[in-house]
Design a protein around this ligand. Structure first.
Ligand code: ZN
Ligand code: ZN
Length: 162
């Protein structure tokens, strides 16, 4: 499947990448739109963002919306306190995966996790692959159903807006 992969400064390629398979607790999402963040531009123009330097090819993108294709297991739960989006539903993807074990996570403040994994980020190695691909796998709890009638193209602004 096609993906938008940064290899280094000025070296951005649309190339074939492996199709991901969702495991338990995960969702497979067909990506429809992605917003281009300033960080994506920095990876492209400079090969990194501040201290985060590209050390291997990485799919860019963390502001993505798409359509739920499938879940990794029948009992996969959706976002806490919300119904699981049905297959075919339009969703925005919350790009951060908290670690679950740091003091902030244990305290219920996962939004300020000390060791979060962020889509399309070279902050850690191996890099966290991003969302500019035909299909991505993310934890199902990071799906946010888009309201009926909202153009998914606009929904791609959910991450920068929030
Ligand atoms: Zn961004
Ligand atoms: Zn944490």
């Amino acid at each position: 499947m096609p993906g938008c992969v940064i290899h280094g400064a000025g070296d951005l390629r649309v190339e074939d990448v492996p199709s991901p398979v969702p495991g338990p607790g995960e969702a497979l999402v067909a990506v429809r739109y992605g917003g281009v963040c300033g960080s994506d531009l920095h990876y492209w123009r400079h090969g990194g963002v501040g201290d985060f330097r590209l050390r291997e090819p990485m799919l860019l993108g963390h502001e993505v919306v798409g359509t739920v294709v499938a879940y990794g297991s029948p009992d996969t739960a959706g976002p806490a306190g919300r119904p699981r989006p049905a297959a075919g539903a339009s969703v925005a993807v919350h790009p951060a995966t908290p670690c679950g074990v740091c003091p902030q996570c244990v305290d219920g403040r996962r939004n300020v996790c000390r060791d979060t994994r962020y889509l399309g980020s070279a902050a850690r190695f191996p890099h966290v692959q991003g969302g500019f691909a035909a299909r991505i796998v993310v934890p199902a709890e990071q799906l946010r159903a888009l309201p009926a009638g909202l153009d998914p193209r606009r929904g791609a602004l959910a991450e920068p807006l929030s």
